[in-house]
Every structure is written in structure tokens, then in C-alpha cells.
Ligand binder design. Sequence first.
Ligand SMILES: [Cu+2]
Length: 255
Amino acid sequence: MNWIKILGLPELASEHGKALDELTGYVHLLMLILFIGWVGYFIMVLLKFNRKSNPKADYVGVKSHLNTYLEVGVAVVEGVLLIGFAIPLWAKAVDYFPTAADNPIEVHIMAQQFAWNAHFAGPDGKWGKQDIQFAAATNPFGLDPNDADAKDDVVCLKEEFLVPVNRHVICKIGSMDVIHCFKLPAMRVTQDAVPGLSIPVHFKPTITNTYEIYCAQLCGNLHSGMKGSFKVVSQSEYDTWYAAKSKAGGGAGFE
Ligand SMILES: [Cu+2]
């Protein structure tokens, strides 16, 4: 079933998203069936047990076991959803993490009031040294300006960054002030950004386009405007951008 159309979900552009959408769809289907069932039951009760048709109270109560069967039926469906869908999905998300063999792209994301910053290791593959003493509005990752490994690092300050299509992307999420939440609707990714922590999430974009980043955690006055974007492009387009961005130096965000 096309749950994106039926439920009006955002466009989907990641590999793992389909299974998540299916789970969302089945849960909604169960809720719809329950809703129709309960409304039907409510109407039946109004008609059958109103004062007119029951002038005298009946102290015997219900003898039929229908509601027991229905309750058991609902519990079974909920059990199937939990054991058959939710737990395997969760296990898959927890068990699998891209390894070096998957050749993933690693991006460090730094949230701040009220924008998103991204940091790549640069062509040398080595992350520049970071120290809290260098952290500033112009250098949110606290990169050491004297460190050789930091010179070629690519930093996108409050600006769009690129990732290649059909490759695993690992985002390590942090925050320099309050708790934010890194939300990529099209990738079906949501992860809190907590100061002092670097929390990894991963996804594999499957369609080239520009996608938005939202903050999904109320984080201050301008929370609603805390938007960013990233572009999923071909590998060659990514390589060109990465090299140019790195060469521009100061990519690292130094003044
Ligand atoms: Cu925020």
C-alpha cells in the first residue's frame, strides 16, 4: 500500500524509511478499525440501553462473551504489530551500523540557537583537533587553527552541505547550547542534539534533491525558524564540491 499517499506523509528518500512508513501505516489502520468499532458500539449502546427501552434497571448484566473475544482480538493484533513489526525494525536499527566496509560518509553536526552547522574531515580523512577554548560563533566545532589536520576540514556554517546519493551517511549530532533535535523528514531520521554528547544516526539517501533539516525540540524564541538544508547529489558532484570547499581553506570556519 502507498502509505505516503494515504497518510499524506512527507516524501521518502532514504533506504530504511519504507519499513518505518509501513509500520506507521499499519498502526493507523488498526486505530481506524478500533475507531469504527468503538463508534459502532457507542451507537448500539445508545439505541439499546436508553431509558425508553429500559424503564427498569437490569441487575443481571451482560451474558454474551463477544466483548471478551473482541478484546482478545485487539490484543492479538497489537501483539503482532509489536512483535512482528516494531521489535524487528528496532532490532534492525540498533544492530546494524555502517562499518568501514560500507564506505560511509561521516558528518559532524553542531546545532546552535538557531541554525545547523556541518563538519567533514576533509580530503586527508583526518579530523582536525578540537578544543573548547577555540569554540566560538565563527568556529562552532572548536577547531584548532594551528592544527595541520584541521586545515583541509570542510565546515559549513549555517549553510547547505552536500552528501552523495546511495552511500551511507553517518551524522554525529551535538549541540553548542541547549537541547535541539535533528530532524530530516525525507530521510525518516530524528535525533536529539544534546550539549556535551556526540550521538550518531545513519541513513542512506536514495534520491538526489535538496532536503530540509528541522529542529524538532522547542529550543527558544526562534525555534520555528531553525531550518537548514542539505543536498543529495551524485558522487562526482559531491567530490567536486568537497575538493573546492576544502581548498577554499578557512572552510574550517576560522576568521
Ligand atoms: Cu533547535
